[in-house]
Every structure is written in C-alpha cells, then in structure tokens.
Design a protein around this ligand. Structure first.
Ligand SMILES: *Cc1c(COP(=O)(O)O)cnc(C)c1O
Length: 401
C-alpha cells in the first residue's frame, strides 16, 4: 500500500491566509467551480456576476477584465470573446434572426464581410453593403427587414473616416441597432457611448483586444460592450451557447497590457503621423490614407469625432504609384528590414502588408482613391527615425524614381 492516499493531496486541508495583495490580480483557472452546498448549486446565477457556477460562465479574472474593458469603452456591460472576430460573430448571433438584414460598410474588416456573406447568409440573414462615405446611401439601404448596421471608424485598410454621428442618427431614427467595430479607436480616440460629446451612443461596441489592449502581438481576444442590459443578456447567452471561452493566460496578458495602453497608443500615434506626413512627400506614394492627415478621406469627420482627444491609431496605408508593378511593390515590402510582413497590428513591431484591394471590393477600385497598389503600414514602437530610414532605403532599392 502506498504511504499516502491520493485523497490526502486532492482534499488537502491547508488554506493559505487571505489578504495577499499584489499589483496584478491573480489568475483563475477552472472548468468545475465548487458550490458550498446544494442550495447554492440550485440558486446561484452567473449572469449578474454575483456568483460563479462553471468555468465557462465566468471566473474572477474574466469578470475583472470585462469591467475594465467596459470602463475603457465607456459603456456599462462587457462580454469577452476568444478573438476580435469571435466578438463580431457573437454580436451578430446575439441579435439577428432568420429573415433579418444586416448592413455592412464597403470598407468593413474583410473577415467581417466574409462572416456576414457566408455564415449568416446560410441561416437566412441577408447581408447588404452600403457605401461608408455616403450617408444617403446608408439611408437608402435600410429597409423594414434591417435589424443591425455595422459601423467602422475608420474603415479597414482604406481608412476612410465616416460621418459616424449622422450614420448613428439615421439608424436611431429608423429603429435599427448599431454595432461599431472600435478596434482602431482602442477605447481612446473616440467615445462610442457619447459620440463627440453629443450624447449619441452606439448599441454595441465590438473591440479586437488582440490589437492595442494586448499590445504584444501574441494574444487573440475580443469584447463586446453595451449600455443596454437587455442586449448584454443576449450577448451573455450567445457567448454561453456558443461555448466561447477566454483562457486565464490570455486574460492575464491583457490585464497586464491595459495600464500602459494610453501611453502606447499615443506613442504609436505620434510615430505613425510623423511617417504619414513624410510619406505624403515621397514621389512614389500618390496617396496617403491616414484620417488625421488633412485631405485624407473623411478627415473632417475624424476631426469632429477625435479632434478633442487629438488621437488616432498608429496605422495607415499608402498607395504606390500605378506605374510600379505589384511585383515591384512586393519587392519594396521584402526590402524592409524593421517592418515585418504580417497581419494584425497593435504590437511592438512595425508591420507592412501589400493588399489586393479590388479583390475584396467586388473587383472594383474605390473611385475616391488614386490608382496604384495599396500597402498598409502598422507602426510599432521602434524609434521613428529608424522606421523612416528603413522605408527610405526600401524605396531606393525597389521603387526608383
Ligand atoms: C483585427 C481586427 C479584427 C479581428 O480581430 P482578431 O482578434 O484578429 O480576430 C476585427 N476588426 C478589426 C477592425 C480588426 O482590425
């Protein structure tokens, strides 16, 4: 017989003293959550965050991060999701029914479009694309079946800042729910629940925490924030029914990233604006798409929404003159030494991605953009002078004037 029974180790009586305080909160892991008695087991409710019932329904760590993200976005309630994409899907599945229409902007995040057009379409939810830069077109696209309008400010890749205030006003007037992808804002550049101090609010704010809140380029997570308890309950149940879980290690990483978020965002912003201004003076680039740059598409709407905070994400796109082939543009990207090649952004390393823009837009090049090849640049935390020198040498190597 073994000297010790497994029970001695499973049911060990020692409890460490309470009252341990450190700067970062502890990490909690559980599938099973123990109840003190059957009365608790029968009566405890996880939805109002007053108790724990099962790992999938929440841990102290997930509740804590949800509260911090709600504060960051300026809303009351938050639900976490295992990626930004999962947060977008969760928002749709929480509020849409068969026969509904969902509206998306033409410059929407690409995977968001794919989700609406493929996944939702199979379940009898129609997807309508409206022009992000044309509020009248949004107005015209709304029908009696419209249930949810996705908004993005600015749009992905082409970075047009829409007239968000007017878009939200139109949706409110027509009684359609609004969901704003707030990833670019990072909870910092604009107030989703008090747009430009107007008191106007979106219904749902979906955020890819993968980007700035994580800040490491090594986490996937998303969140949906709302001020409306009824919508929040729908999101909570959809999250539970889908079995979406966010693991403790990822929660820990995002909680650790949040204290430096405001400072990092400002640093990314400063460098990106300096590089965007510099890029605008390079003959190889025919257009620079950064909403804080005067003359960029939607600049006046950026001013209206983000001007009082004077904030923008550290990401912008350049259009390389159409006289260079896409192979030459690829060679430019390959010649970069500090910029990595890769998707996503918000981490320490600067990244470049050449985009086949027309492919994602029904084969059409947007009329308000100059023709050429688009390259998106996500600016990391390297010194801005080194990044400019890197771009300069890659231009000289691959795109001679
Ligand atoms: C990255 C991103 C997402 C998706 O986030 P993932 O965590 O990568 O799934 C959604 N919306 C926007 C605008 C993004 O940039």
């Amino acid at each position: 017989m073994s000297k010790i029974s497994p029970s001695d180790l499973i049911h060990h009586p020692y409890r460490p003293p309470t009252g341990f305080e450190s700067i970062q909160p502890p990490s909690y892991r559980a599938s099973t959550v123990l109840f003190p008695d059957t009365r608790a087991l029968h009566s405890w409710r996880w939805e109002d965050k007053s108790a724990y019932t099962y790992g999938l329904h929440g841990t102290p760590g997930s509740f804590l991060l949800e509260e911090r993200i709600a504060t960051l976005e300026g809303g009351r309630y938050c639900v976490l999701a295992p990626s930004g994409m999962a947060a977008l899907t969760l928002s749709c599945l929480a509020v849409l029914e068969q026969g509904d229409e969902v509206l998306i902007p033409d410059n929407v995040y690409g995977s968001s479009r794919a989700m609406c057009e493929h996944l939702l379409a199979r379940w009898g939810i129609a997807c309508i694309t409206y022009r992000a830069t044309d509020v009248q077109h949004l107005q015209d696209c709304i029908s009696d079946r419209s249930r949810l309008v996705w908004l993005e400010a600015p749009g992905s890749v082409t970075m047009e800042f829409p007239d968000l205030l007017e878009q939200v006003r139109i949706c409110k007037t027509r009684g359609v729910l609004t969901a704003l992808d707030t990833t670019w804002s990072g909870g910092i550049a604009y107030d989703s629940f008090d747009l430009a101090g107007s008191g106007l609010a979106v219904d749902l704010a979906a955020h890819a925490l993968t980007k700035y809140p994580s800040g490491g380029g090594d986490v996937l997570m998303g969140a949906v924030v709302t001020d409306d308890l009824d919508l929040h309950r729908k999101l909570q149940f959809a999250q539970m029914h889908l079995g979406y879980n966010v693991v403790a290690e990822e929660i820990e990483r995002v909680v650790r990233g949040l204290p430096s978020l405001v400072l990092r965002y400002a640093a990314h912003d400063r460098s990106a604006r300096a590089l965007a201004r510099w890029a605008a003076s390079q003959p190889q680039f025919v257009q620079v798409l950064h909403p804080a740059l005067p003359g960029a598409p939607g600049h006046e709407h950026w001013l209206q929404l983000c001007g009082s905070h004077d904030a923008a994400a550290g990401i912008f796109s350049v259009i390389v003159d159409g006289r260079y082939t896409s192979c030459q543009v690829d060679a430019f990207c390959d010649a970069l030494r500090l910029f990595g090649l890769g998707y996503s952004w918000g981490g320490p390393m600067s990244l470049a991605v050449p985009y086949d823009l027309a492919a994602g837009r029904g084969g059409r090049w947007p009329a308000h953009l100059k023709p050429g090849t688009l390259v998106r640049l996500a600016i990391g935390l390297e010194p801005v002078g080194e990044l400019q020198a890197d771009l300069q040498q890659a231009l000289a190597v691959a795109l001679p004037v």
